[in-house]
Write a protein that binds this ligand. Structure first.
Ligand SMILES: [Zn+2]
Length: 256
């Protein structure tokens, strides 16, 4: 393992030697229905004992997806927007819940999505909103408690524990897909350096180590190299005495 992620492995050994604990979590986006890729994802979760937080697009989600997750006791479901539709003008970055539409329209969709996720997935549903493209306006965030959502998840180290009154922020931090190059895996040396640097910043108090450190994957678009990276990171965190899988917000550890 140290051969594959030398910088991260060395940093985790420091954490272990100093008795530090890194809370880790795993989010995967864009699920709608069961697919061979979803089966593979669930097998990775079970094989490594890593809780899988699946960000499901509420409107098109199928009952077959809910059925499939019944056999995955470590799976949880997060509402991922409403229908993953871009409402930003062409010259702006994509967003479903940016400041581009009336707030009431957006909240109606978010409330309907959360209701649908709860109806379909029951106790697996986690009130942690994951906006498509990891973008959301401050106005929408502040309104999430009004529709029953307690947390929000985007990308990058959070600025504070709460992004608005009653809204916990629990982001993801490592995204192995080279989106700007049209897909594929980011250079693993760079990913290794980034993860080691992220952990060093936490260890030295420059970023908040009470925020679970998040791996972000996209099972529907991953190539073999990205699947391999995902498996190796899960294995490394599961094997490390310093890392511990956690729920992004307090929930039962296991269902079913
Ligand atoms: Zn998405």
């Amino acid at each position: 393992m140290s051969r594959e992620f030398p910088a991260l492995d060395a940093e985790l050994r420091v954490w272990r030697d100093e008795g530090l604990r890194l809370p880790v979590w795993w989010r995967d986006d864009d699920a709608v229905e069961p697919t061979p890729a979803l089966e593979r994802l669930m097998a990775l979760s079970a094989g490594h004992g890593a809780p899988l937080h699946l960000a499901v697009i509420p409107k098109p989600a199928t009952e077959r997806l809910a059925d499939a997750l019944q056999s995955a006791p470590l799976s949880r479901v997060l509402p991922h927007g409403w229908q993953h539709r871009n409402h930003a003008p062409a010259d702006q970055k994509k967003a479903e819940f940016g400041a581009h539409r009336p707030l009431t329209d957006m909240l109606d969709e978010i409330a309907a999505g959360w209701q649908r996720i709860r109806d379909m997935f029951g106790e697996r549903a986690v009130p942690l909103f994951t906006p498509p493209w990891n973008r959301i306006s401050a106005e929408v965030i502040a309104s999430l408690p009004g529709v029953g959502l307690r947390a929000v998840s985007t990308f990058g180290p959070r600025k504070g524990q709460f992004s608005a009154a009653g809204v916990l922020q629990v982001n993801t931090h490592v995204d192995p897909i080279a989106w700007h190059e049209g897909g594929g895996l980011v250079d693993t040396t760079r990913l290794d350096a980034q993860m080691a640097s992220d952990l060093l910043q936490r260890r030295s108090g420059q970023s908040d180590n009470s925020e679970p450190y998040g791996l972000l994957t996209h099972h529907l678009v991953q190539d073999e190299a990205t699947w391999d990276f995902t498996a190796r990171v899960l294995e490394l965190f599961s094997a490390s005495d310093a890392a511990a899988w956690v729920s992004p917000i307090e929930l039962p550890a296991r269902i079913g």
